[in-house]
Structure formats: structure tokens, C-alpha cells
Design a protein around this ligand. Structure first.
Ligand code: HEM
Length: 413
């Protein structure tokens, strides 16, 4: 049965829908009237026996599912899959090697190891290099603007810092960065035909990254350096990652840390330029609450999913063992029972218990790094391009689960 308050066949993971808009009015209706509801999907699209998923839209329920991995497993597939659009069944098996798709106790073991690369000290150690990088990205974009002062914010500013941050974290030498960036971008967003990236190209790029990372791991075992590779693999064995595990971890970083942060930055710039009073406030005060509000506002990951491990009742709905459950972070982050005036972009919002970085055992490992990147890039823009203005409407990405912007024309003129 489809939701009584939505048009027949309405699907929150339809890439055509997300290319047009985030379905905020429909989420609001669901939160009010049918907070956990079965959404049907066209036959064959998901690869699961049941052609559909439970849409979970309230903040409390999204948090509940995220924090109960024994009831809602990540193992079948966390990212939203639409077979005829993005990935094949073989790739599902490969995905199980990635921690995002693991459950305890396996997930706990890997998470304890990789956390060593993301301690506050490890993230802080990247700050000076990334601050310099952010400044140079903004200066280069300004210098390369057209004679009328316009340029595309996404390709000239938002894209580069997240890639540089991952390269810096992993310790990829300068001379190898352009090929790593190329592979990372090929793995991203291939729901969107405009990028002309096929499944084969995406898989090939992923394999290139695994093999590059494994070679890097082997080199660091021989000769350790001050980077995450050395910390995670230097002494293979109990308490460390094998070279294969490290390869798949780098794939996850290249996917999880790249487009997410890029879109937070692009949406953040759009939000600032459409809320000039917030941009003025930012330039004056640089509040440390701004990055979290940008992530709440943007919610780059619209949804991830889980699979029920047993029959369970949630929000009045009877979920059956094996059913897929969609966690709609975009809806949770606009739940008025948690956020005062969620429709307001307010960079001083505090507290801000948004779920843009997820929750529970899979809570975003790169959160501190992402927040630092957002702070650094907007500091650099506020210093070098304080009078930036919009020069057109954003063009949105076609994706089943990302709230993406692929072009945002701005001008200094
Ligand atoms: C997990 C969002 C940036 C690495 C997650 C999850 C979300 C998320 C929602 C939870 C997945 C789940 O519960 O199934 C974001 C957003 C970002 C961002 C919105 C930017 C604004 C980053 C960065 C990195 C990163 C910069 C690293 C370079 C990871 C990893 C996981 C993860 C490794 C998996 C953790 C696990 O399975 O235990 N992220 N992320 N993310 N994120 Fe992020």
C-alpha cells in the first residue's frame, strides 16, 4: 500500500526527484501523519525480494535505528542502491569489505583500529597545511574568474579541499595526487549521466585506488612516516589493518569524505549568499557553530539504509525481518520537535543535535576533519572574497541519496 498522503509510486530515493529538489514538504507530511511508512519501488530496482523500503522520517526514529545495529543491520548495504541506475549485484559483495557495511563485532574491531588515524591530534596536525591550501584554492579561483568576475564555485572552490584533505590524511605524495583525484571523482556520482561515467569506469577507478593504497601500505611498512598509513598498517597483525583492509578503507575515505564535504561547502556558500545577514554575521564573528549548521542545512547525505534483523515495531509500523529501512537524515534534520524553526539557516544555532553525520556506531569518522575543512574554506572566502554574490541558480546533481550541487555560478564583480 502506498502512503495515503503521497502520490502513487512516490519514491524518496528516485534520482529524478533529488535532481529537482529535496522533498521537504513530503517529509513534513510523513513526520506528521505516517512517520514510518512502506514506500514501494518499481520491480527489480533494488535487488531485494521486497520491492520497497520503510521510510523513517522522524528525528527520534532515525536516531533509534542508527543506535541499534542488533535490530537494524548495515551489512546488506548501507548506501541506497538502485541497480539499473548505479551499481551491479557483484559490487554488493565487494561493498561488504568496507566498514560502512559491517556490523559488530567485525565493525567494532576495524573502527577501533582506524580511529587511531582520526584522533583530535591527528586531525589538528593537518590544519596548517589545509589552511594554506584553502587560501590558495580561493585565490586561484578569483584569479581565474572571467572578465565579468564570474566563476563556477563548485569546480573552482568546493571540489579541491576535500580531495586535498584526504590526500594529506593518507599521506599521498604530491606527484600522485592528480591521479588519485581523478579516480576519486570517477567513483563519485555516477547516477548522473552528465558525468558520462559508466559502472565499468567507476569499478576500474575503485580498483586502481585499492591497488595504489596497498602499494602505499607496503612501502610504509618498509619505511614508516608520520601519516595514517604508517599508524594503521606499520606492524600488521592483531590491532592493525592488513594491506587489503587498508585498500578498502581508502576507497571508503575517497567516497565518504569527498562528495559529502564538497556538497556541504557548495550548499553552505549558496545558503550564505541567499541569507546575506548570515554571511555578514559570519564575516564578523566566525562562530564555531557555523559548520554544524551548514551540515544540518545541507544534509549532503539525504538517506542511508539498514536491514531489519528481526520483526520489530517502529513508529507504529510492523517491520519484518529482512525489510529495508531508509534513514532520512534530511527529514530528521528538519524535525520541528527537535529544532526551533528548522526552516531558518542560523549559524549560531546551539545546541544543534542534527543527524547529518549519522549516529550510533557508524557515526561519521571524518566529522572533525569535515568541520575543519568547512571552517577553513569559509574563513579563506571571507578574507579574500568577502563580497561574493550569486550569478545564477544552482544546478543540482542526479543521485539516489546525495543532496548535490554540480554548478553554482558566483561573481566577484
Ligand atoms: C560515515 C556523513 C565527511 C569518513 C558517515 C555517515 C554519515 C556521514 C551520515 C554515517 C553512515 C551510517 O550511519 O551508516 C558525512 C558528511 C560529511 C562527511 C555529511 C561532510 C560534510 C567525511 C569525511 C570523511 C568521512 C571528510 C573522511 C575523510 C566517514 C567514514 C564513515 C562515515 C569512514 C564510516 C564510519 C563507520 O562505518 O564506522 N559519514 N561524512 N566522512 N564517514 Fe562521513
Amino acid at each position: 500500500m502506498s502512503c495515503p498522503h503521497l502520490p502513487q509510486g512516490f519514491d524518496f530515493t528516485d534520482p529524478d526527484l533529488l535532481q529537482a529538489r529535496v522533498p521537504h514538504p513530503e517529509f513534513a507530511e510523513m513526520r506528521r501523519t505516517a512517520p514510518v511508512w512502506w514506500c514501494e519501488q518499481p520491480a527489480g530496482i533494488s535487488g531485494f525480494d521486497d520491492e520497497g523500503y520503510w521510510a523513517v522520517t522522524r528525528h527520534a526514529d532515525v536516531r533509534h535505528v542508527s543506535t541499534h545495529p542488533e535490530l537494524f543491520s548495515s551489512n546488506t548495504n548501507t548506501a541506497v542502491i538502485r541497480f539499473n541506475e548505479s551499481i551491479s549485484r557483484d559490487q554488493i559483495e565487494v561493498q561488504k569489505l568496507i566498514m560502512l557495511n559491517m556490523d559488530p563485532p567485525e565493525h567494532t574491531r576495524v573502527r577501533q583500529i582506524v580511529q587511531r588515524g582520526f584522533t583530535p591530534r591527528a586531525v589538528r596536525s593537518l590544519e596548517a597545511a589545509l589552511r594554506r591550501r584553502a587560501r590558495s584554492i580561493v585565490e586561484t579561483a578569483a584569479a581565474g574568474a572571467k572578465p565579468d568576475g564570474s566563476f563556477d564555485f563548485v569546480t573552482n572552490i568546493a571540489v579541491e579541499l576535500p580531495l586535498q584533505a584526504i590526500a594529506e590524511l593518507v599521506g599521498v605524495p604530491q606527484e600522485d595526487r592528480s591521479k588519485i583525484f581523478d579516480w576519486s571523482n570517477k567513483m563519485a556520482a555516477y547516477d548522473d549521466p552528465e558525468y558520462a561515467i559508466t559502472e565499468e569506469v567507476g569499478t576500474e577507478a575503485a580498483m586502481e585506488i585499492v591497488s595504489y593504497a596497498m602499494n602505499l601500505a607496503a612501502a610504509r611498512k618498509e619505511c614508516p612516516a608520520q601519516d595514517i598509513v604508517s599508524r594503521l598498517v606499520a606492524a600488521e597483525g592483531e590491532g592493525n589493518l592488513s594491506s587489503d583492509e587498508f585498500g578498502f578503507f581508502v576507497i571508503l575515505l575517497a567516497v565518504a569524505g569527498n562528495e559529502t564535504t564538497r556538497n556541504a561547502i557548495s550548499h553552505g556558500m549558496h545558503a550564505f549568499l541567499t541569507h546575506p545577514e548570515q554571511w555578514e554575521l559570519y564575516k564578523r564573528l566566525r562562530p564555531d557553530t557555523a559548520a554544524e549548521e551548514i551540515v544540518r542545512w545541507a544534509t549532503p547525505v539525504v538517506s542511508f539504509q539498514r536491514t531489519a534483523t528481526q520483526d520489530v515495531v517502529l513508529g507504529g509500523a510492523r517491520i519484518k525481518k529482512g525489510d529495508r529501512v531508509g534513514l532520512f537524515y534530511s527529514s530528521a534534520n528538519n524535525d520541528p520537535t527537535v529544532f526551533d524553526h528548522p526552516e531558518r539557516f542560523d549559524i549560531t544555532r546551539d545546541p544543534n543535535p542534527h543527524l547529518g553525520f549519522g549516529g550510533g556506531p557508524h557515526f561519521c569518522l571524518g566529522k572533525s576533519l569535515a568541520v575543519m575543512e568547512i571552517d577553513l574554506i569559509f574563513d579563506a572566502i571571507a578574507d579574500a572574497l568577502p563580497d561574493l554574490r550569486l550569478a545564477g541558480d544552482p544546478r543540482r546533481l542526479r543521485s539516489a541519496w546525495l543532496n548535490g550541487i554540480k554548478e553554482l555560478q558566483v561573481t566577484t564583480g
